[in-house]
Design a protein around this ligand. Sequence first.
Ligand SMILES: *Cc1c(COP(=O)(O)O)cnc(C)c1O
Length: 372
Amino acid sequence: MSVYKNLGIRPVINAFATLTRLGGSLMPVEVTEAMLEASKNFLELDELQKRVGDRLAVLTRNEAAYVSSGAAAGLTLAAAACVTGTDPAAIAQIPNLTGLKNEVIIHRTHRNGYDHAVRQVGVKVVEIGFTIETARWELEQAISPQTAAIFWFQGVMTGIGDLPLHTVIEVAKDHGVPVIVDCAAQLPPVENLWRFTQMGADLAIFSGGKDLRGPQSSGLVLGRRDLIEACAVNASPNHSIGRPMKVGKEEMVGLLTAVELYLNMDHEARKQNCEDIVAAWTHRLKQIPGLTARRDFPNEAGQPLPWCLLTVDPQLLGISRDQIIDRLMAGNPAVAVAPANHDGIHLNPMTLEPGEDQIVIDRLIAVLHQAA
Ligand SMILES: *Cc1c(COP(=O)(O)O)cnc(C)c1O
C-alpha cells in the first residue's frame, strides 16, 4: 500500500460500518478496472450520463436514473429539481427562491445532519409530528402552494410514531407534491433499489460508496423521468447549484459496474457468511469473564444483516469500553469498531474483507489480555 505509506496513513480494518469518514466501502477490482478504462478517453459527458442512466434505470426497474456525486448531492439535486423543474431562469436564481416554491416538509423525527443538503437550495423546512405520533391532518395542513416536496429519511431516523410512508405518498399524490426518499444506506436488501419507487415515491436516493461498493464519491438517484431530467439540468457540467458536485466519467462507469455486480451477487450466501462470522465471534468472546457477546440484528443503518454485540464490564476486565475502542484503533493493524449504548461494542462483519474477521478478534483479545 505504498500510496498510503508515502503519506504516513495507516490503513484501517473496518468492523464498524460503511462510514464515509472511514472510506465508505472498498471497490471490487471489476469497478476499479472499469474506472481505469473510462479514464482513457474524452467523450461527451452529458451523453455518458444519459446512457449510464438509461442502463441503471433498466437494471433497477425504475423509469429513469442519474449518477450524482453522492447521496447528499442527490438530495440537493432532488430538492432543486422539485423547486425549478427544467426552467433555466429558476435554475439560475437558486438559492434565491423569490417567486418559486420555497418549502419542503420533513417529519420532525427525521431531522438529521443530511437535511443540510436539502436546505442549501434555500428552502425552508416545515416540520410535522413528534416522537410519539404524527397525524395525517398535520401533513395535509402543512402542504401549501409553496410546498416543493416532502422528504422522507429512511433508516434509523424513521420513528415508530411517523406516518407510514404509504400514507405520506397517498396524501402527497392527492396534492400533487413529490415524495423524495433518502435511502442512502438502505442496502441490502437489494430490492430497495425498486421498492420505494414502486410504492409510489417520486425519487429514491442511494449512496454509491456504501454497500453498492461503487466509487466513494458517487450516488444513485432513481425514479420519475421528468424529475431526473430536472436533476440533470441542475447538475454539473451546467452552471447551477449542482456545478460544484461534479461527477466524473470514471465515477459514472464505476457506479454502473458496481450496480451490475450488486444485482448479480449471491445475497443469501453473503448473509450466511455474516452469520458464520458473528457465530464464531460470539462463541469465542462469550468465554471471556467480564464480556458478554451475542448476535444482534439488524445492523447499523437497519440493514438486514447480523452483527455482534459485546457488553463490557470494566471492573472485571480492567479496561473501559472506550479504552478498548481507542486501543483497537491505535493498534497495529488499526481496527475500527462501533460503540453501542453506554457499555457496548458492535462488531460488524459487513465491511470486512475475507480473513479480516480473524484479525479483528485476535486484536480484540490481545487488547483485553494486555489490560488483564
Ligand atoms: C450516508 C448518508 C447520506 C450521504 O450519502 P453520501 O453518499 O455520503 O453523500 C445521506 N443520508 C443518509 C441517511 C446517509 O446514511
